[in-house]
Design a protein around this ligand. Structure first.
Ligand code: C2E
Ligand code: CA
Ligand code: CA
Length: 611
């Protein structure tokens, strides 16, 4: 049996420890002996030590239980002995000890793996049996040690798919289960969690060099080494894949301790090559993940694998700690709220424009103004992070006014410089439109700049329109009365009733991106989009399809009758100078010289030109 080798090594260690301690106990004090006996007593393996004359020197609790003893037996012959069945032949312990002595020769250990035993209470079970002996110094007698390991639990767990059949260690499925329990307890104990993944390097090559059996025995030797070190370091070992192991380190381990342990493990594996003739020269890569350095506890199981991949990237024998990079969208909300107050005066808020094209001609006919926040430390923060924050703090009102001012001023400049007139739409949130003087502010800005109200458009989301109060409806009517068109944004995501839609003064419907995304393959979405377009047209509304990312989608929407298209396929939202470069290129044929000179100039410095 292949797995013998590793288990023999493992048990050789136990027996070595036992004899070593036994010797120590005999040659030293009573106190030592007591300590030694206490250690053996708590072992879950059934252990018995006897001498050549069959006198019982020691029996632990597990053996007492297994043999159903009363505590007054002094000789092996007084015990009601279990029957062992080795290759279907019934054997008693006494015979086995004798046989083992003969068979053993130079080998200090006899091992019978996975044999059947019938206990005095007629229980049948599968066990591993180990017999070892030692010459006690200063005596001509030998002592024999018997270890019986009950395999019932292990066999059950292998059958349940929770243990590796080769190493008998708990496997990946079990590791994940245990890990989840550990995470759930983490909230209570708040102990550090550190995982370490160890993977033998170039194992496919090793396997082809050594062949199947020797490779298995190498894996078992590694198992043994890990088990041996776990006696000292108290980690828990799992066998994830053939050549990968996972250790769950105790809560007291720091990241530095983990690194030290990784080095110790690597050294021990290197030694294995010398000690264990059949093993290949072994190096292992080690990945470490520890909370909080490597993320939330629950992320560690994945992150330790990422760390291992990193460790392997740098050749053999690497050690890598997974370090959490600040996720783009995890911001400290209160710090951002604070920073927002100064965003306008520090000119961190910028307005980007996303072109909207005519579906038939593909010319830019409009643009949507979208706010961007260039944060000094975090870089570009997306609107879905800062707009809700602005709404919460009320800062959206100030930011909205800034948007109105900037867009209207931009339109004024484009008009002055003779660029093609395009409509620019502004997104407005409920919080802004509720403010009594919102419409007045718009009106004043338009008047002061002498801008045609038709050149801007207010986008309100369908949900805003739906949940709106009389106050908001009034504001929308006043906007309409000013001659500013209204668009119903994200259409299809809310539940606008027809009667409501009819009453709204909107003249544009923007079909939400979620319907467009998979429209080429999703028949339901095709039908919904066609229905929306029909309804919109019935109400004399213009249709804009958002989120167009490829030509086929653009063609389909055009076929369905959408007048305008917007999406990354045509352009992402871009800074002002880029959108105006687009306008110029499309609409006029500027001489190349002037155009290239202008490329880096902002709207303020562009020369006047006629379209
Ligand atoms: P929205 O009004 O629906 O804006 C359209 C969003 O879709 C924009 O995201 C745009 O960049 C994105 N988009 C356009 N075409 C495509 C495409 O083909 N593919 C993909 N994946 N995305 C596309 P953005 O700029 O991140 O804005 C997100 C939302 O933030 C906007 O959704 C709007 O609700 C809000 N927002 C942006 N600027 C402002 C503002 O100034 N005021 C207010 N109140 N809300 C704003
Ligand atoms: Ca919008
Ligand atoms: Ca939208």
């Amino acid at each position: 049996m292949i797995y013998e080798v590793g288990v023999i090594l493992l048990l050789a260690l136990i027996i070595f420890l036992l004899f070593w301690r036994l010797r120590e106990a005999q040659s030293h004090t009573e106190k030592d002996s007591m300590t030694f006996q206490a250690i053996l007593s708590t072992s879950t393996d059934a252990i018995m030590v006897l001498d050549d004359a069959d006198t019982l020197l020691f029996i632990n609790d597990a053996m007492n239980h297994l043999l159903h003893l009363h505590g007054n037996e002094k000789k092996l012959s007084e015990l009601s002995m279990p029957e062992f069945y080795i290759e279907k032949e019934k054997k008693y312990l006494k015979d086995l000890i004798k046989e083992a002595n003969i068979a053993r020769g130079k080998d200090p250990l006899f091992f019978a793996p996975q044999i059947e035993v019938k206990t005095p209470r007629h229980q049948r079970m599968t066990v591993d049996l180990y017999l070892g002996d030692i010459q006690v110094s200063g005596s001509r007698h030998r002592q024999h040690i018997v270890i019986i390991r009950d395999l019932r639990e292990v066999i059950k767990e292998i059958a349940l798919g929770e243990r590796d059949p080769l190493s008998h260690l708990p496997n990946r499925a079990r590791a994940y289960k245990d890990f989840q329990v550990l995470c759930s307890q983490h909230h209570i104990h708040e102990e550090k969690i550190t995982l370490m993944a160890i993977s033998l390097d170039n194992f496919l090559i090793t396997r082809s060099l050594l062949g199947h059996e020797k490779t298995d025995s190498t894996i078992l030797a590694v198992t043994h080494t890990l088990m041996q070190l776990s006696l000292l370091h108290h980690y828990k070992t799992y066998h994830l894949t053939y050549a990968t192991f996972l250790l769950v380190l105790p809560g007291s381990f720091s990241v530095d301790d983990a690194f030290q342990l990784a080095e110790t493990l690597q050294e021990s594996l290197a030694k294995l090559y010398k000690e264990h003739r059949s093993a290949a020269y072994l190096t292992a890569s080690v990945g470490i993940a520890s909370s909080p350095e490597s993320g939330q506890p629950i992320a560690l199981f994945d992150n330790v694998h990422k760390a291992l991949i990193e460790a392997k990237k740098h050749g053999t024998g690497g050690i890598h700690l997974f370090q959490q990079i600040q996720e783009k969208h995890t911001y400290d909300e209160s710090a951002l709220q604070h920073d927002l107050q100064y965003a306008i005066e520090r000119e961190e808020l910028q307005i980007y424009y996303q072109p909207i094209v005519d579906a038939a001609t593909r010319e830019v006919v409009a643009a949507e103004a979208l706010m961007r926040w260039q944060h000094p430390r975090h870089g570009m923060i997306p609107p879905n992070v800062f707009i809700p924050l602005m709404e919460k703090t009320g800062f959206i009102i100030e930011a909205g006014r800034y948007l109105i001012r900037e867009v209207i001023q931009q339109q004024k400049k484009w008009k002055q410089f003779g660029f093609k007139e395009i409509n620019v739409s502004l997104n407005v949130s409920m919080r802004e439109i509720e403010i009594p003087d919102y419409v007045e502010y718009l009106e004043v800005q338009l008047e002061e700049s002498h801008i045609d109200p038709h050149t801007i458009k207010i986008e309100i989301t369908e949900s805003l329109a739906m949940g709106s109060s009389q106050k908001i409806l009034d504001a929308l009517s006043r906007i309409d009365a000013l001659g500013i068109p209204l668009a119903l944004d994200d259409f299809g995501t809310g539940y606008t009733s027809f009667s409501y839609l009819i009453r709204l003064p909107a003249n544009t419907l923007k079909i939400d991106k979620s319907f467009i995304d998979n429209i080429l393959t999703n028949v339901k979405h095709q039908q919904v989009v066609q229905a929306i377009i029909e309804v919109g047209h019935a109400l004399q509304m213009q249709i804009v399809a958002e989120g167009i990312e490829d030509e086929s989608t653009a063609e389909l929407l055009q076929k369905y009758g959408a007048e305008c298209l917007q999406g990354y396929f045509f352009s992402k939202p871009v800074p002002v100078f880029e959108v105006q470069a687009m306008l110029r290129k499309k609409e006029v044929l500027p001489d190349e010289q002037v155009d290239s000179d202008d490329n880096n100039k902002t709207a303020d410095t562009l020369p006047l030109r006629s379209l």
